[in-house]
Design a protein around this ligand. Structure first.
Ligand code: NAP
Ligand code: GFB
Length: 320
């Protein structure tokens, strides 16, 4: 099944938060010549469209694929558009995996999320629990679409012997995130809101009660792990990419960290009329630890400071 010659890696969603982090890590590694990398954005092909997807795969004929492209958003965007999250992501995933199969791609690494696990569950969550019960109702469209990638992967292996696998990251953040206040995730949303509140001398409003808990992973750490999975992880079964259970923080602690990183000096208020979403989705990184006991995560405060500094320095061009 393996092809001769250097790896030619196609990254779908190569212009997003995770894709740009992979671009940076690949550049830092400087393995020019040994591997060829192609980073796609939606401008290169609309991957919800079958013909455009096949055309871009035939054009580049990759040996390996990192599949990131997806309709993505925070809690509040998910609550509004469950149907769109389901349909777009199902189309994208079916098109990408079938096109990869048709051009003979040796390995695909797709991207799931810890929000796809059952809402009513025991903790910590592990890789065996994906299909054990319904996901949280706030994002069932996105969650079921992502779960189906695991079905695709097992079926491509069973029927065609393909090594199509997936990683399961927790909440990701970093430079090049979507800092949209309405549609983005909590950390970029809070960074943007605190930046504006400081400038305008207004309070920072955190949505919900602040009690839900999240494990955050820095996009550059995730990118390093993605490269290891692409080159070395041998399983079709997915792997959770997460900091430890002990590194989970409450939304209140995350907001406090944003306040500190940005040097916000105003009042912080909580709008409890806004949804809290899933209370927690505490994931185990025991499998990752077995494979990569050496891997060092960037400390949360340091990663958050780097992200805040990037946002301030790139305010005009940042996605928001
Ligand atoms: P992002 O910053 O929103 O980037 C999304 C990427 O997908 C962009 O490159 C976008 O292209 C591309 N894309 C979207 N719709 C497309 C379409 N119809 N055709 C072609 N390309 C399309 O998202 P991200 O946070 O990097 O997410 C990357 C992956 O990680 C996704 O699979 C996501 O589900 C997963 N994930 C994310 C998180 C998180 O907290 N962010 C957590 C767990 C898992 P344009 O730039 O041209 O729009
Ligand atoms: O990152 P987030 O939107 O998504 O975080 P999830 C939501 C939590 O942060 C809730 C609180 O408890 C919100 O009440 N929060 C406080 C805020 N202030 C803000 C704010 O300004 N913006 C936002 N967005 N939240 C998403 C899923 O869940 O996780 C997606 O809906 C995706 O499908 C992603 O998988 C990783 O962690 O709740």
């Amino acid at each position: 099944m393996s092809r001769q010659g250097p790896m030619k890696v196609l990254v779908t969603g190569g212009s997003g938060l995770v894709g740009t982090a992979i671009q940076q890590v690949v550049k830092e590694e400087g393995r020019d010549g040994e591997e060829e990398w192609i980073f796609l954005s939606s401008k290169d092909a609309d991957l919800t469209n079958c013909e455009e997807t096949l055309a871009v795969f035939h054009k580049h004929r990759p040996t390996h694929v990192i599949h990131l492209a997806a309709m993505v958003g925070g809690l509040f965007k998910n609550m509004k558009y469950n149907l769109d999250f389901w349909r777009k992501n199902v189309f994208i995933n079916d098109n990408v995996l079938q096109a990869a199969h048709e051009v003979g791609v040796v390995k695909v690494v797709s991207c799931l999320s810890t929000c796809i696990f059952p809402d009513k569950t025991s903790y910590p969550i592990d890789e065996t629990m994906i299909h054990d019960g319904p996901p949280h109702q706030s994002n069932f469209g996105y969650a079921y679409a992502k779960r189906m990638i695991d079905v695709h992967n097992r079926a491509y292996f069973q029927q065609h012997g393909r090594c199509f696998t997936a990683v399961i990251p927790t909440n990701v953040f970093g430079p090049h995130d979507n800092f949209s206040i309405e549609d983005g995730h909590v950390l970029p949303g809070l960074i943007h809101k605190a930046y504006l509140a400081q400038k305008e001398g207004k309070p920072l409003t955190v949505w919900g009660s602040g009690t839900p808990r999240r494990q955050f992973i820095y996009s550059l750490d995730l990118a390093r792990l993605f490269l290891w999975v692409l080159r070395e992880y041998p399983e079709v079964d997915p792997i959770i990419l997460s900091v430890g259970e002990e590194d989970e923080v409450s939304i209140r602690e995350a907001a406090d960290a944003v306040v500190e990183s940005l040097g916000f000096t105003g009042e912080v208020v909580y709008d409890t009329s806004k949804a809290d979403g899933q209370f927690k989705k505490t994931a185990s990184n025991a499998k990752l630890h077995r494979y990569r006991p050496d891997f060092q995560f960037t400390p949360f405060r340091q990663a958050l400071k780097e992200t805040c500094d990037w946002f301030v320095a790139n305010y005009d061009s940042a996605r928001k």
